[in-house]
Design a protein around this ligand. Structure first.
Ligand code: NAD
Length: 331
């Protein structure tokens, strides 16, 4: 058998990381995973129950900013790859309290890069940074983000992710490190934190509460099913070209009000109200400060170079998602 190697995954107890780890272990039979997660309010070890006793899975409770701990992990596990998910990820929190975003997203990324560079010492091991399309700012009705779009972050969250992207880029140009960055659109699917849009719609709907929708509900996002994102990350980690960035999206633009109506009509079918429809609970609330109008992604580069594209049908993906949260919220 091929020699095994250990990959450090950060933030693996969050939404995307916890969908990614079981898949990554499955498709890479010679890889050991070391999951470093601080378990902030956003992390949940229940998300990883299915791999808890997996022989190639190790969980480490800790902070990516902790220099001593991260150095020790590189040495003890002889880390030869990093997939970096850990971040403060909720835009609304970055507006009310930005400091944690600067610390984790910028300083944390710097700490990981610096320790990887020192430990690998010129070896061409891979550092994969997971980022967002929000670094490019907002689009009007027309146009798409591409790999060479101008950075124009508008929230403390996107500014902190943009800073991290630039640090990663600089470690390629300055130290010739084997880095790749993926910038992805909005993900949806199981294991997402309750604070995010789709879980909030489901939870408030079935609790008989108002379903809060920002502004007029016309902000547009390009929704990607989380498993498709995981497949893309694995491809880029294993086959992406060093120094490149890849944009991933679902070719699936929907405004928030459409999402709310779609979720409500699935609920009407799966858990009908005695009287009326869930959509009558939708309530428009004060818009988010500086709310970007539209994000949309041109995925032609990753399609052409790595033969990746989103596969999940939106209605089917949304139905799986609603079913997951219905189970979670009705126990
Ligand atoms: P999440 O908030 O669900 O999970 C983040 C995880 O990181 C949590 O488990 C948390 O405990 C951990 N963490 C936070 N600070 C840490 C620290 N200092 N040290 C160690 N662990 C820490 O986020 P997510 O939605 O899974 O997003 C993962 C990554 O993907 C982020 O980098 C995010 O910017 C990016 N991304 C997310 C989306 C999306 O739609 N969710 C889209 C594009 C990119």
């Amino acid at each position: 058998p091929k020699e095994s190697k250990s990959v450090l995954i950060t933030g693996g107890a969050g939404f995307i990381g916890s969908n990614f780890i079981p898949y990554f272990l499955d498709v890479n039979p010679n890889v050991n995973v070391v999951n470093l997660d601080k378990l902030t309010y956003a992390g949940n070890s229940d998300n990883l129950k299915e791999v808890e006793y997996h022989s190639r899975y190790n969980f480490i409770l800790g902070d990516i900013c902790d220099k001593v701990l991260v150095t020790r992990l590189f040495e003890n596990y002889d880390i030869s790859g990093v997939i970096h998910f850990a971040a403060e990820s909720h835009v609304d929190n970055s507006i009310s309290s930005p400091h944690d975003f600067i610390r984790t997203n910028i300083e944390g990324t710097f700490n990981l890069l610096e320790i990887a560079r020192t430990y690998w010492n010129g070896k061409k091991d891979r550092f994969h940074h997971i980022s967002t399309d929000e670094v490019f700012g907002s689009l009007e009705e027309e146009g798409y983000f591409k790999e060479d779009s101008k950075y124009a972050p508008n929230s403390p969250y996107s500014a902190s992710k943009a800073s991290a992207d630039f640090l990663v880029r600089s470690y390629r140009h300055t130290y010739d490190m084997n880095v790749v960055t993926t910038n992805c659109s909005n993900n949806y699917g199981p294991k997402q934190h309750d604070e995010k849009l789709i879980p909030t719609i489901i939870r408030t709907a079935i609790n008989g509460e108002e379903i809060p929708i920002y502004g007029k509900g016309n902000n547009i996002r390009d929704w990607l099913y989380v498993s498709d994102h995981c497949i893309g990350i694995n491809k880029v980690f294993n086959q992406g070209i060093a120094g490149e960035t890849y944009l991933l999206g679902g070719n699936n633009e929907k405004d928030n009000l459409t999402i709310a109506h779609k979720v409500c009509s699935i609920l009407d079918r799966l858990k009908p109200l005695k009287k009326g429809k869930y959509a009558s609970q939708i309530k428009f609330v004060q818009d988010r400060a500086g709310h970007d109008f539209r994000y949309a992604i041109d995925t032609s580069k990753i399609k052409k170079e790595l033969d990746w594209e989103a596969k999940e049908n939106f209605d089917r993906g949304l139905e799986k998602t609603v079913t997951y949260y219905l189970d979670k919220y009705t126990i």
